[in-house]
Design a protein around this ligand. Sequence first.
Ligand code: 4NP
Length: 156
Amino acid sequence: MTISVLVVCLGNICRSPMGEAVLRNEALKRGITNIHVDSAGTAAAHIGEDPDERSTIVIVQKNVPISHSARQVRASDFMSFDYILAADGSNLRALERHAGRREGSKAVVRLWGSYLPDNKPIQDPYYGGLDGFKEVYEQCVKLSNAFLDEVAGKNS
Ligand code: 4NP
């Protein structure tokens, strides 16, 4: 069985494309191949854009491939994904208000940080410097492994 995961932030250019790339890479490192990972934004402002170059700089330094064209969350995501992981509380609330999240939608919608005991959001790095993007990267590695620890056993 393949599990499908959608990582969500606001613009889908900084945190979630990085999270998507890191989660796919951490799964690959564990030999997990039955996972499909994508990302999306709650806002429409950056649709069609490549990842922010600061996300790309940080992740390329880690030899993790990244390729994504920004898109907005759509109603069908709640039916097609098993897990939708929000970067922060604002993104989570937007997902919870989304019209696609109807009775019967299959996705488990959670703050990604809730897979670790400290339950921390991934802070928006957009208006800061490269250091913020490095922190996002490190947090995505930890959160990817916490997520995989919890779900991998259920789906093997
Ligand atoms: P992201 O970062 O949600 O991690 O992609 C942001 C990207 C763009 C903006 C804010 C955050 N913005 O205000 O345009």
